[in-house]
Design a protein around this ligand. Structure first.
Ligand code: DAH
Length: 355
């Protein structure tokens, strides 16, 4: 058999093998046996040296032509097989998005009610144009008291049942913040008005009984601008309460009170019919117009700027909204309690979807 017809036979055989390969592994096997270093085409090439010089050129060209034809055919076949494999996978792995979530860790885990209420408040206030500010749990005396217009001899200090750290050599001592109000100071010192923030966080007081725990949660609010007045304060709190308790009308009572950092100061009660207890009032927050001393302590011009602040007990709000009878249960880490009162991770509170 002449060299050329031998090549023709080889080509026909290889193309038939390629056509017969019906998966990617088979096609790879054909590729190695045909085009590999010691493959059948390389064996043909090796014969070149044994041929008389006048035949070498045409035999070389013919072998290369076979090699090209085989390569092209291999590639085409591989592309077909890959497309078919992908199609088969798409058919067999089709996801049915209407199926319920499988009970796995995501579905079994629960969001703590306080965390949920945290997120609800952020959602409501974000819609009113507030952003979230933060401050440290370990504070200085100056931030927690001094700059909030509570000087060392002020009686309000006694009411705060403060946890102090040991005194330092210079006589100062750090403390666990007793309220979120120091975040007001930090914000006013760091930013220029207009300011519109809420600051949710943990606070600490040396107090423990049925309605008090040594650590609890507050949400602070602060608005500073040039024309902000009490009407704005009342409106914001009313809008918040309506959105939070998901009712179209909430009865609210503003009682005159006293806080060193606001003047005038008020405590706010809501009519408990909003949560199914008609005839009762429930205190939910303290608020007022930011005291000019506080503005000045933060380097703001108290002739130009004014604003309001409020502080709410987050745990109290959670108990009211979700009917949790005992505050201490929040921090008992009892899994049965969490399964009962907790929220699914998929229950992300949004104003559009419901809180
Ligand atoms: N910091 C106060 C507390 O813990 C609550 C409070 C009252 C905060 C009035 C305010 C406010 O911002 O204006 O008892």
């Amino acid at each position: 058999m002449s060299g050329t017809s031998e090549l023709e036979t080889l080509k026909a055989e290889l193309l038939a093998e390629i056509a017969g390969a019906d998966d990617l592994a088979a096609i790879e096997a054909v590729r190695v046996s045909a085009l590999g270093k010691k493959g059948r085409i390389a064996q043909q090439m090796a014969k070149l040296g044994t041929l008389p010089p006048e035949e070498r050129k045409s035999f070389g060209a013919a072998t290369n032509a076979v090699k090209d034809a085989v390569s092209q055919s291999l590639e085409a076949r591989r592309a077909d097989l890959e497309a078919a494999a992908l199609e088969a996978r798409l058919q067999s792995e089709r996801a049915d998005v209407t199926l319920p979530v499988r009970p796995g860790p995501e579905a079994l885990g629960r969001i703590h009610p306080v965390s949920q209420v945290f997120d609800e408040c952020v959602e409501i206030f974000a819609d009113l144009g507030f952003d979230v500010a933060e401050g440290p749990d370990i504070e200085t005396d100056e931030m927690n008291f001094g700059k909030l217009n509570i000087p060392p001899e002020h009686p309000a200090r006694q009411e705060h049942d403060t946890f102090y750290f040991p005194q330092k050599a210079d006589g100062s001592r750090l403390l666990l913040r007793t309220h979120t109000s120091p975040v007001q100071i930090r914000t006013m010192e760091a930013r220029k008005p207009p300011i519109r923030i809420i600051a949710p966080g943990r606070v600490y007081r040396c107090d423990s009984d049925q309605t008090h725990t040594p650590m609890f949660h507050q949400i602070e609010g602060l608005v500073i601008d040039e024309t902000t007045h009490m009407g704005h304060l009342k409106w914001v709190l009313e809008e918040f309460c309506k959105a939070f308790f998901e009712v179209s009308d909430v009865k609210m009572r503003f009682r005159a009170s006293h806080f060193p950092f606001t003047e005038p100061s008020m405590e706010v009660d809501i009519g408990a019919e909003a949560i199914g207890k008609p005839g009762q009032w429930l205190e939910i927050l303290g608020c007022g117009m930011v005291h000019p001393n506080v503005l000045r302590n933060c380097g703001l011009d108290s002739e130009r700027y004014q604003g309001f602040a409020f502080g709410m007990g987050l745990d109290r709000l959670t108990m009211l909204k979700y009917g949790v009878p005992d505050l201490r249960a929040f921090f008992a880490a009892d899994l049965r309690w969490l399964r009962h009162y907790g929220f699914s991770v998929l229950d992300v509170p949004t104003l559009a979807g419901g809180l």
